[in-house]
Design a protein around this ligand. Structure first.
Ligand SMILES: C[S@@+](CC[C@H](N)C(=O)[O-])C[C@H]1O[C@@H](n2cnc3c(N)ncnc32)[C@H](O)[C@@H]1O
Length: 354
């Protein structure tokens, strides 16, 4: 069953077709011969829904095509406490995976139930301990702005996770997507409360020595996600699997996000691309700008980028939403809570009233 907030390409009740899906992902990789890879990120949906044998076949198959995972700069798998059992953790460790992103969301069993999670905090702690002894670097996902989540709940979530000394945290404010159960229930996020809980988290994590390097991401120095950072600095990436996003040769692609069309097209020897976009000119400059601004260190805009966004940069500066110092442009603390407002300035339509 999908979590009540989840809008990612995830399919439940199709366990029987996972062997065919794994074969299709490897066949899709064969449609990209000679691609060099230095980081791997296996996300979802939930990769640990695959069995240990399927994970081994998939990861060993990718290693046979792109080089041993142990030789990559970083290899991450998103794992859910519901399914990341000892056999799967052993399979991931044996394949050379270096990092796990564990989806906890909240440490409150009451809230876990209310968002459709099938595990408890105790289950999470057991998986966390089992992953730690296998030597993985560990990242934990938390969500804020959940229905019925008080600021005390959110603070307790963070303390519960900090007690486990993770290497990395991602904290996401709930986005209510129309196609989800929360969307159908017309759940609304209390943005003032969400801001307060994020403010508290920023203070607490800074005090704990975490680097806030991206809008939603915090790391112990040296544990920043190399793969995800690549997105934000326009690095090329090969997207394999259902709904996967790719960025190759200047074009952004999105794969089929339904299992049957994805598998069928790959089995026909076709790249299962559902949509492709190659941004040029001002749109491309804008994309590079908004991606770069996701990193808290910001970016040094090129002269072309500055020329393309004079009024936008002036407006954002005058509103105290970006700082423009020493040639570098970056988000201010204030804009962390309205980052989408900043990012919207760099996508069409260009002219908007403040
Ligand atoms: C691609 S999901 C994969 C998580 C994994 N399937 C699991 O269940 O543990 C990665 C993370 O995105 C966050 N996320 C998913 N849907 C979200 C939403 N609607 N709003 C905010 N964050 C969300 C959650 O923290 C989740 O752990």
């Amino acid at each position: 069953m999908k979590c009540f907030y989840c809008d990612f390409a995830a399919f439940s009740g199709q366990g029987g077709s996972m062997d065919r899906y794994v074969s299709a992902i490897l066949a899709e990789a064969d449609l990209h011969p000679g691609r060099a890879v230095d980081t791997l990120y296996m996300g979802g949906g939930t990769p640990t829904e695959l069995s240990a044998a399927q994970l081994t076949r998939l990861l060993d198959g990718l290693a046979a095509r792109f080089g041993p995972l142990g030789g990559l700069r970083e290899s991450t798998v998103e794992a859910s406490p519901e399914t990341a059992d000892a056999a799967r953790l052993d399979a991931l460790a044996a394949a050379g995976v270096s990092r796990l992103s564990l989806g906890l969301q909240t440490a409150s069993d009451r809230l876990l139930k209310s968002i459709g999670r099938q595990h408890t905090f105790a289950d999470f702690r057991a998986v966390y301990a089992a992953a730690r002894v296998r030597g993985f670097a560990l990242s934990v996902d938390l969500m804020q702005g959940l229905p019925g989540q008080s600021k005390e709940d959110a603070a307790a979530d963070l303390e519960a996770v900090l007690d486990l000394a993770p290497d990395h945290l991602s904290i996401y404010t709930l986005q209510v997507e129309d196609r989800t159960l929360f969307g159908k229930r017309e759940i609304e996020v209390d943005t003032d409360l969400a801001r307060e809980t994020m403010e508290t988290a920023l203070e607490r994590l800074a005090a704990e020595g975490f680097v806030h390097y991206e809008v939603s991401n915090f790391a112990r120095p040296g544990f920043e996600s190399l793969h995800n950072t690549g997105y934000w600095v326009d690095r090329p990436g090969l997207g394999l699997g259902c709904g996967a996003a790719g960025f190759l040769d200047g074009a952004r692609t999105q794969n089929e996000d339904k299992l049957t069309p994805y598998v069928t097209r790959v089995e026909r020897g076709e790249k299962p691309v559902k949509s492709a976009e190659r941004l040029e000119g001002r749109e491309k400059l804008g994309e590079t700008m908004l991606l770069g601004l996701r990193m808290l260190e910001g970016l040094v805009p090129t002269p072309a980028m500055r020329a393309a966004f004079v009024p936008q940069l002036e407006r954002l500066c005058s509103r105290g939403l970006i700082a423009d110092e020493g040639g570098r442009v970056k988000l201010t603390r204030e804009s962390l809570f309205v980052a989408n407002e900043v990012f919207r300035e760099f996508v069409p339509p260009w002219e908007r009233t403040p």
